[in-house]
Design a protein around this ligand. Structure first.
Ligand code: PRX
Length: 674
């Protein structure tokens, strides 16, 4: 019923009806003839949205036939799954993702630039053509095969962005292996946990990384990690610097092997629903989960959103500054742009190196047309003033994009007015590791209607957002808030959590049966636009990096003198959110400051540096309900200084704990500011 209502609402918003058959056939013809995506047809957004809501299977089938190169066609576009809300796409179809991202472009334009590697050292960009990237990919694929990696095997990639990192992902895709890219800022223990969970047979890494002028000891971290990973047979080591690192028995010098390998590698023909990659992300409980994406549906969705949300035109230089360790890097540095034959920038450095003008100097030098970044970087840069921006020519810019966390109005305005000179489209894009690609964003819009600042606004084709109330009922009408769910499956959505399908069902489809639950809350404005209000669970977002507070608590629990902790997110001016930890110590602990430092070290070594709490406050006890549950809600009120509005505290085991914690917080604040 509710699904029908949501669809009906989506349809009502669309008028007048459009001759869709013609629109879709035209789009298909245009992209297959040109081998490249074309412009959205007139009336496109409304017409496509109407078709997608009315006949999702037919809508996606048409696009999949036109956009992707198939080895053999699919017989069924969409097969609804169990539980309701899940689906499998393009059944019976076979294709190879690397062929779609490389070979099809090499046939037509071998010398088109696929990647521009903007290395850490300013002014040392490396251009890689589609032909060169195919060559690298095939040599790497043959090297993996030589060392026994086969279809279905899992390969961890622990590398920052570079052409070889992209080739590593595509090499896995070419031979049907499954990659698991682990952000190169994660600790050895985090890397090991992910390798063990997915049973990776090999790791691909660099001797060292270089970022912001500093050396990062990648190989050393991998060495430490693989000590505890019996599944690892080989570690492939590429050279980012000239420095020698120790090579052990299972270590293989990657470039050396690649020069010996053949530059042609027959692509494995993959089923649409075979696994393409897994990517670990945090949830509100337990360890990070390996989100699984499959071949055809993911690729189609990444490519379409890349094209239409950013209005990518052939020849444009697309600059997404995300790392490949996150989903943004997968979808909008690698798969979306390369499937569309785009030129994609790989940004290895930081926004502040060698100075706060780095992004804009790169925009000028590489003539970037679309620039996609996280709000945290924008908030950081706006503190340094406009001169750093205005020093450089940004006339190439057409579209600006924001991703990963809510963008506040001040940052939005600065991005729009100062960086974009008030003439570029700025799209705030909402999506998740699980959604595969952008789900809510102001574009595409053939109307070029005004964009509301700091708002994701409108669903992409085929996305049917709904808001739910506390009783699990769909909230109708506008000017309402609720839990954000998506009512209809789309090809880019994750298929499972690796090794734990039940957890997948429980986390995403149990709270609101038949709907995908995002974990976010949203407000639907009077005009029917969507504004994301943030997570409704214990997931926090530090500088756009998603993290479960439970992970930090678990890490700190390793300290022998710390029996109990509770971590919450609190608003942070630059990072968006920071972690605030409340800890209870054993009574006899004398060196509180030493313990705090040890706790920080533990979190950095068990997770990553960015996860280290900004504040650690020692309290005598935590606020607990009579059944022993920690009331984090109260702790949030304390650190956001809303103690006059604590809400219902009657379920607390001992309500006097509130005053105790408030006093401790006041003392801590006074001490920190003195
Ligand atoms: O809370 C939302 C926030 O980031 C979460 C997803 O994180 P992750 O899987 O790491 O993917 C990040 C990159 C797509 C979401 O549940 N989020 C993402 N984009 C936005 C956002 N919050 C507000 N506005 C956004 N545009």
């Amino acid at each position: 019923m509710a699904l029908a209502a949501a669809r009906a609402r989506a349809l009502r918003a669309l008028s007048p009806p459009h001759p869709l058959g013609q629109v879709l056939v035209a789009a298909r013809r245009r992209c297959s003839e040109a081998g490249a995506p074309g412009a959205l047809p007139p009336g496109g957004y409304r017409a496509w949205q109407e078709q997608a809501a009315r006949d999702p299977a037919g809508f996606w089938a048409d696009l999949a036939r036109g956009w992707l190169r198939w080895d053999s066609p699919f017989h069924t576009a969409c097969q609804p799954g169990r539980p309701a809300g899940t689906a499998r796409w393009f059944l019976g179809g076979r294709l190879n993702v690397s062929v779609n991202c490389l070979d099809q472009h090499v046939e037509k334009s071998p010398n088109r630039v696929a990647l521009i590697w903007e290395r850490d050292e300013p002014g040392t960009a490396v251009h890689v053509t589609y032909r060169e990237l195919l060559d690298l990919t095939c040599r790497l694929a043959n090297t993996l095969k030589k060392y026994g990696i086969q279809k279905g095997d899992k390969v961890a990639i622990y590398m920052p962005v570079s052409p070889l990192s992209v080739a590593s992902m595509l090499a896995c895709a070419r031979i049907g292996a499954v990659h698991s890219v682990v952000f190169a800022g994660f600790s050895a223990e985090s890397l090991a946990g992910r390798i063990v969970d997915s049973g990776c047979k090999a790791v691909i890494t660099y001797n060292q990384g270089v970022r912001g002028g500093r050396i990062i000891e990648l190989k050393r971290t991998v060495d430490e990690a693989v000590k505890n990973c019996p599944s690892i047979k080989h570690v492939f080591v590429a050279q980012r610097t000239d420095n020698k690192v120790q090579m052990g028995d299972c270590d293989i010098p990657l470039e050396e092997e690649m020069t010996k390998a053949a530059s042609v590698c027959t692509p494995e023909s993959m089923d649409s629903e075979d696994m393409l990659f897994m990517l670990y992300t945090s949830g509100s409980t337990g360890k990070p989960k390996g989100i699984v994406h499959t071949q055809a549906g993911y690729l189609l969705y990444a490519a379409l959103t890349h094209k239409y949300v950013f209005d990518y035109q052939q020849g444009d230089v697309f600059g997404c500054v995300a790392d490949i360790g996150w989903i943004t890097g997968h979808s909008y540095v690698v798969y979306g742009p390369l499937c569309n034959g785009a030129t994609s920038v790989l940004f290895e450095s930081t926004p502040l190196y060698p100075d706060p003008g780095r992004y804009w100097e790169v925009v000028q030098r590489l003539k970037i047309n679309q620039f996609y970044a996280a709000p945290t970087a924008i908030r950081l840069l706006l503190n340094y003033g406009e001169e750093w921006v205005k020093k450089y020519d940004r006339s190439s810019l057409k579209t600006l994009g924001s991703v990963g966390e809510p963008i506040n109005k001040e940052a939005w305005q600065w991005f729009y007015q100062v960086v974009g000179e008030g003439r570029c489209t700025l799209v705030d894009t909402w999506w998740q590791t699980e959604t595969g690609g952008i789900c809510i964003a102001p574009r595409p819009s053939e109307e070029k209607a005004e964009i509301v600042p700091a708002m994701a606004m409108r669903p992409f084709f085929g996305i049917v957002p709904v808001l739910m109330d506390e009783n699990g009922k769909v909230i109708e009408g506008n000017d309402v808030s609720g839990a954000l769910c998506i009512a209809q499956p789309w090809p880019g959505m994750a298929r499972t959590i690796y090794g734990d399908h039940q957890r997948f069902v429980d986390v995403y489809f149990r709270a609101y049966p038949g709907y995908y639950f995002t974990g976010d809350g949203a407000y639907r404005t009077k005009q029917g636009y969507y504004q994301i209000t943030g997570r409704t669970d214990d997931v926090i977002n530090i500088s756009g990096h998603r993290l479960g507070t439970a992970e930090i608590e678990d890490a700190m629990a390793d300290h022998p003198e710390v029996p109990e902790t509770a971590v919450i997110g609190y608003p942070h001016k630059i990072k968006g959110e920071g972690a605030f930890a409340f800890v209870v110590l054993k009574e006899q602990v004398a060196h509180v400051d030493r313990v705090k430092e040890e706790l920080k070290t533990i979190v950095a070594s068990k997770i990553a540096k960015y996860a280290v709490p900004d504040h650690i406050l020692v309290v005598k006890r935590l606020p607990k309900t009579r059944s022993g549950k920690i009331m984090r809600r109260l702790l949030r009120k304390v650190v956001t200084e809303q103690s006059n509005n604590m809400g219902d505290v009657t379920t607390l085991d001992d309500p006097s704990v509130v005053k105790e914690i408030l006093d401790a917080y006041q003392k801590y604040k006074e001490k920190s500011s003195s």
